[in-house]
Design a protein around this ligand. Structure first.
Ligand SMILES: [Zn+2]
Length: 275
């Protein structure tokens, strides 16, 4: 015999909790790549159609980050590194070296945690600390924020605004964090999805990834850059990307914003004005 459901006092007591949870996690749905690209192109990191932004998360790491710096020097590429405040404080030398070699430092949060419960005061406090640590290492105030796991809760969003940061996620990843990632798999994953105006996410450390997985990203990097260049795309940091809705930094290129890319072929610069 089926029992009918009656909303008793307990259900009414739970309802506000559910509403609060949805308000907390609701904006995080923007991490869904397809939705993000279509509805939130600036948040997805869409930019100039002749440019691809190269970004790395989770560092700095004294073991792995120097390998990326040397390789990027050899490739003649600058990138944006979304670093963790706690890693910057723990490893100030590679953090400063990132800036010295001309890369852009951005904020990935203080620690690499998941926001299970709303904590707006902690979000604000931790992001302020992270901004201070990054600014001290970089010698300039950071501009971008990418929350760990791309989970942008309402609390983190508000904290970013208060800290003067603009949230930017990614359009394309390499799945380089997996234990079974290889240079070939990372390159193929990026190649299948990258377009002019896109933002690539890789990791310069295994801080929150499978041990040693950074070697797959490192090994894929020369081919990823070559693929982009052969398609006529320039690879660079977010500050030169012309992210939709964000002004370019002075002197970093033409002040145009890329259109939303959809349906463009991988590794082809999208035509300006393409919907
Ligand atoms: Zn991360």
């Amino acid at each position: 015999m089926r029992e009918s459901f009656h909303a008793g006092p307990a259900a009414y007591a739970v309802a506000p909790v559910v509403v609060a949870a949805l308000a907390h996690i609701g904006p995080a749905a923007t991490w869904l790549p397809g939705l993000r690209r279509r509805r939130f192109p600036g948040l997805a990191g869409l930019g100039r159609p002749d440019h691809v932004a190269l970004t790395f998360d989770d560092g700095p790491d004294p073991t792995s980050t120097p390998h990326f710096l040397d390789l990027l020097d050899g490739l003649g590429v600058r990138a944006t590194f979304f670093v963790l405040g706690e890693n910057v404080v723990r490893h100030p030398a590679p953090a400063r070296e990132l800036a010295r070699r001309g890369h852009e430092l951005a904020v990935h949060g203080w620690a690499h945690d998941r926001p299970w419960l709303p904590s707006p005061a902690r979000d604000t406090r931790e992001l302020r600390h992270a901004v201070r640590a990054v600014a001290e290492a970089a010698g300039r105030v950071p501009r971008w924020y990418r929350p760990p796991y791309g989970i942008l809760t309402s609390g983190r969003w508000a904290a970013a605004r208060r800290a003067g940061l603009r949230p930017v996620l990614w359009t394309t990843w390499g799945r380089d964090w997996r234990q079974d990632a290889t240079p070939a798999s990372v390159r193929a994953t990026v190649a299948a999805d990258v377009r002019g105006g896109g933002t690539i996410l890789l990791h310069d450390t295994d801080h929150a990834c499978a041990p040693g997985s950074w070697r797959a990203a490192l090994g894929a990097l020369p081919d990823i850059v070559r693929d982009c260049r052969e398609a006529g795309l320039t690879v660079g940091p977010l500050e030169e990307h012309g992210v939709v809705g964000a002004a370019l930094c002075p002197g970093t290129g033409p002040s145009v914003c890329g259109p939303v890319m959809s349906g463009a072929s991988p590794f082809r610069p999208a035509a300006p004005g393409q919907p």
